[in-house]
Design a protein around this ligand. Structure first.
Ligand SMILES: Cc1cc2nc3c(=O)[nH]c(=O)nc-3n(C[C@H](O)[C@H](O)[C@H](O)COP(=O)(O)O)c2cc1C
Length: 434
């Protein structure tokens, strides 16, 4: 692995304080650090994995990727994830998806990892295999995700793999039912990719066990109709994930954090048919905890087109009271007046989206029942919602996706609204003052 070309005089990290870390004592829990094994996240804000469908042959190699991920890397989240990256070429969702299936793919991540290590932002990679949802058009090539269709061989597609030969819907390609040898190949590929991720300096791995992709499709009795040791009982359906976990742990240092993203419920709307639900997720999370997984990132859905999402019970997502601010209230130190936690709470209470934080109860239940760290994700938009999630102990990290697309300065803006003075990037510091 070669070091990337860079100039050495850049003052990017002259302060030695991670970008986005508080510069003085604060009441905020969102801006409190979290240490997992050898890694300290300087705040609880995570850039959630987001496919950009912009790779050629799976490579992180474009000007676009550096600009896109770089924009977050210089603006202070505690952790930034690289999007779902295929451990095998056939494990990509679309032909334009990212991958980590060769040393060349590994080395392509060097510039972004080096940048993160200078700014103090921890960087993770989500290892993925799309399974029966592979070989579909990205939104750039054919409409929106609602209109997703399988890509045929002529247009760069391939036959996807799955636990059973059941297509996701009639527009997707019919998957090939994986043999035990093919399962072993996928398991080994996760391990090999983990090895490369470590060699190149990633701080965190997240296994993508959600959204109907390969791991999730093995977990669910709706998509897994196998009669061998990988299908049928709960113990058999989780076997594929546990084998992947073992393979990854053999190749990923014991002192580096390892996360698993799950679909805590697949929201199946037919109670007469057995599907994957929160009870099984809790059971699985307890097993994963025993085996050394550090955090469960609680998403949901994606395995069946008939899913019916439901809003959370308002009591379960109620914002907790804000404590009195510590010294910062009313102090004008930049073009904003630093607000207080109370003011931020009142502002957050005005948000009336019915789906707001609808997956938070999953993170809270897994955390409470299993005693494992969790990540909350989905329809979280306001800094006080983020603050409240950590403050109420419902989750340990807040994964943010679309809000980061709307506002790459989310960390600075959240700090501002919560009344926290954080380290800015040296080159941008003058932007704080009028
Ligand atoms: C453009 C885009 C790409 C996404 N790609 C991934 C992905 O690679 N892996 C994943 O687990 N989730 C992916 N997601 C889901 C997000 O990580 C997140 O769970 C979801 O958007 C809900 O969070 P939000 O309300 O903050 O957007 C993607 C979401 C978006 C908007």
């Amino acid at each position: 692995m070669s070091h990337s070309q860079q100039n050495e005089w850049t003052p990017i990290m002259e302060t030695k304080v991670p970008i986005g870390a508080p510069q003085e004592a604060t009441n905020s829990k969102l801006f409190s650090p979290l240490t997992i094994k050898n890694t300290t996240f300087h705040n609880r804000i995570v850039v959630s994995p987001m496919c950009m469908y912009s790779s050629k042959d799976g490579m992180f190699d474009s000007q676009f990727h550096m600009a896109h991920y770089g924009s977050f890397a210089i603006r202070g989240p505690g952790l930034m994830f690289i999007e779902a990256s295929g451990v095998l070429p056939e494990g990509r969702i679309s032909p334009e998806d990212m991958g980590i299936w060769s040393p060349a793919h590994r080395d392509a991540f060097i510039p972004i990892i080096e940048l993160c290590h200078k700014t103090g932002v921890k960087i993770g990679i989500q290892l993925a295999h799309a399974g029966r949802k592979a070989s579909t058009y990205s939104m750039f090539r054919q409409g929106t995700s609602a209109a997703k269709q399988g890509v045929d061989d002529e247009h760069g597609g391939w036959t996807p793999n799955g636990p059973s030969s059941i297509p996701w819907n009639e527009h997707f390609r019919v998957p090939h039912e994986m043999s035990e040898e093919e399962i072993a190949k996928a398991v080994a590929a996760f391990g090999q990719s983990a090895k490369w991720a470590d060699e190149v300096g990633f701080d965190v791995i997240e296994l993508h066990g959600a959204h109907g992709y390969l791991i999730n499709s093995f977990l669910s009795p709706l998509s897994n109709h196998r009669t061998d040791k990988y299908g049928g009982s709960f113990e058999n359906r989780i076997r594929f994930l546990l084998e992947i976990l073992e393979s990854v742990q053999q190749n990923w240092p014991k002192d580096k954090p390892l996360f698993v993203r799950i679909s805590a419920s697949e929201w199946h709307n037919n109670p007469d048919e057995e599907s994957w639900d929160l009870d099984q997720s809790i059971k699985l999370a307890a097993i994963l905890k025993d085996k050394g997984v550090d955090l469960i990132d609680c998403s949901s859905g994606g395995n069946t087109p008939t899913q019916t999402f439901k809003p959370a019970n308002p009591e379960d997502i109620k914002l907790v009271d804000a404590p009195a601010p510590e010294g910062s209230e009313g102090t004008t130190i930049n073009h904003h007046t630093f607000g207080s936690l109370q003011a931020a709470k009142q502002d957050a209470e005005k948000i009336k989206n019915p789906m707001v934080m609808f997956q938070l109860p999953f993170a809270a239940a897994v955390k409470e029942k299993v005693g494992i760290l969790t990540g909350a994700v989905g329809f979280i938009t306001h800094p006080y919602q983020m603050e409240s999630i950590i403050r109420s102990n419902k989750a340990d990290l807040v994964f943010m996706a679309r809000e980061f697309l709307r506002d790459p300065n989310l960390v600075y803006n959240a700090a501002d609204q919560l009344g926290v003075k954080v380290q800015w990037l040296r080159q941008h510091e003058r932007g704080q003052y009028m």
